[in-house]
Design a protein around this ligand. Structure first.
Ligand code: FES
Length: 178
């Protein structure tokens, strides 16, 4: 890998980057920018399970065990490769489990990736300033739509991610991505 990391000059922490490269990226750094992270996903062979679910993986295509993410403190957002290799945020809940809803790291304005800001409790897009609540609804545009969500299930320490096809619980409407 090229030694000149594309994150240099950004406030992405080294720990966050290393975690992402080796397993899960734990979004604990306020104001960090993951704008270019999506470009690093190298499509590995996709293994699909029941209902089209895939196993959450790291950037190298290795499955990420749930225990690796659950070792982090409640409230942590961990970035994994999800459906179609999209960077997807998983949340460690207060009861030390994984939230059953994942948030896809793809701004609905023009598709930038974005960091989680734990101080503000928001996803904050560095490209044009869109802000999203923890559940992915728009707090401030120009983003026109809530963030895409996915189902997250843990089975035998594997994290399964599948498409959300039901009514979007945030809008009460059919998901815009279906
Ligand atoms: Fe996120 Fe424009 S791409 S605000």
């Amino acid at each position: 890998m090229d030694k000149s990391l594309p994150f240099e000059g950004s406030s992405l922490s080294r720990r966050q980057l290393l975690n992402f490269l080796t397993g899960a990226s734990v979004a604990t750094t306020a104001g960090s920018a993951l704008y270019t992270v999506g470009k690093f996903f190298i499509p590995p062979a996709e293994s699909t399970g029941e209902g089209g679910a895939i196993i959450a993986k790291d950037i190298l295509g290795n499955p990420i065990p749930a225990t690796q993410i659950l070792a982090e403190v409640p409230g942590t957002r961990a970035l994994v490769a999800g459906l179609n290799h999209e960077p997807t945020y998983l949340t460690v809940t207060e009861s030390n489990s994984l939230d059953s809803i994942g948030i896809v790291d793809n701004c609905t304005h023009l598709g930038c990736t974005f960091p989680w800001n734990p101080m503000d409790q928001q996803f904050q897009c560095p490209c044009h300033g869109s802000l999203y609540a923890p559940n992915g609804t728009v707090v401030r545009g120009p983003a026109p739509l809530p963030l895409k969500i996915v189902h997250v299930t843990v089975i035998d320490n594997s994290i399964l991610i599948s498409t959300w096809t039901q009514t979007d619980p945030r809008t009460g409407e059919k998901p815009w991505w279906i």
